[in-house]
Design a binder for this molecule. Structure first.
Ligand code: ADP
Length: 331
């Protein structure tokens, strides 16, 4: 009899900066959901990482719960995947500390995300944790012997340091954990109501947990093609965020074709389009929202999922940490 093929381990996390929006849903959570059958998935809520841009009114614990509800309601299945909170893995800070001793500051200063953010957000005195966040990210992957890290086309730089660090450690100490590889994935970039990338910081979002009424209100406020001020003017579906969302929510290909054609010919007005999209979007989100509301009534179920996930993840973390401490002669 053939042994069943061992599934490769995927590790990925999301920061709990607030409830998730439909950009996160279609850009991250659904791609994760679709990996669950083919890989041994470890998905975590990166609550330490949320401290990178800490602010007075932030409640990381509450946000982590919101994200857990969103993840579970959107189809991440604890029967298939290991779902946990980063801070529940007590080995992480210790492992991170050891890895930091092998992470040249030059690598961190050259990290394009760090450089961009310091410039764009005009951060005068970037903190040590922000400079070091790729080391914590590396700890997150290597701690559970991650083999594959899902990554969008232009995000390779995020993982390069993890790979370099894993190679450095392997060369010095032999194999403590695998050197991970990219799992190239197609991630959608969902546009928000102002036609920029949907992002909480732009205030242009539809949250998974929003009411149908709120969703309809936001969709009605979506960016309207300035070259189509009147009914009868031809539209430009390829550049239209409403049509982008139609491609997600209108499941019937013929119907989608009709929307495109009647928009381009000018027969269809933007008001009609938005009203129909609001209905399709609410229909799509309804079962997710219902599951979410149910889970919200049973927080102990969610906490149990996170506790079980942490227990499972810690079994690997303990071994990797012990091996690493021994290798560096601390133990
Ligand atoms: P972070 O700073 O951790 O990237 P974000 O909330 O901006 O926090 O994003 C978390 C993840 O969600 C990232 O992988 C990001 O690419 C994805 N994401 C965020 N906004 C969108 C969006 N509008 N469309 C698709 N994916 C998104």
């Amino acid at each position: 009899m053939n042994e069943p093929k061992r599934k490769k381990r995927v590790v990925s996390g999301i920061r709990p900066t607030g409830p998730l929006h439909i950009g996160h849903l279609h850009g991250v959570i659904e791609p994760w959901r679709d990996m669950q059958d083919d890989y041994d998935c470890y998905f975590f809520i990166a609550d330490y990482h949320a401290l990178t841009n800490w602010s007075e009114n932030m409640d990381v614990k509450k946000n982590a719960m919101e994200v857990a509800l969103d993840m579970l309601a959107s189809g991440l299945d604890p029967e298939k995947s290991t779902i946990f909170r980063q801070s529940d893995i007590v080995e992480i800070p210790q492992f991170h500390l050891v890895l930091s001793m092998f992470s040249p500051v030059g690598w961190l200063l050259r990290n394009p995300t760090y450089k961009d953010q310091v410039e764009q957000l005009k951060i005068e005195s970037p903190n040590y944790g922000f400079l070091g966040y790729p080391v914590l990210q590396s700890a997150d992957v290597l701690m559970y012997e991650g083999e594959l890290v899902p990554i969008g086309k232009d995000q390779a730089a995020h993982l390069n340091l993890t790979i370099d660090l894993a190679e450095t450690m392997t060369t010095k100490f032999g194999k403590l954990f695998p050197v991970p590889e990219y799992l190239h994935s197609e991630f959608a970039t969902v546009p928000g109501s102002d036609n920029r990338k949907m992002s909480k910081s732009y205030g242009n979002v539809i949250n998974i947990k929003d009411s149908e009424k709120q969703t309809t209100k936001v969709i009605k406020s979506y960016y309207t093609d300035p070259l189509k001020p009147y009914m009868g003017d031809p539209g430009h579906p390829n550049d239209c965020p409403v049509f982008y969302l139609d491609k997600i929510y209108v499941k019937d290909k013929d119907e989608l074709g009709r929307i495109r054609k009647t928009c381009e010919s000018g027969e269809r007005g933007c008001g009609q389009c938005k009203a129909e999209l609001a209905e399709a979007c609410n229909n799509y989100l309804r079962p997710i929202r219902e599951r979410r509301a149910e889970l919200e009534q049973n927080p102990e179920k969610v906490l149990k999922v996170l506790a079980d996930g942490a227990e499972k993840a810690r079994k690997i973390a303990e071994k990797v940490l012990a091996r690493t401490l021994k290798a560096v002669t601390i133990r």
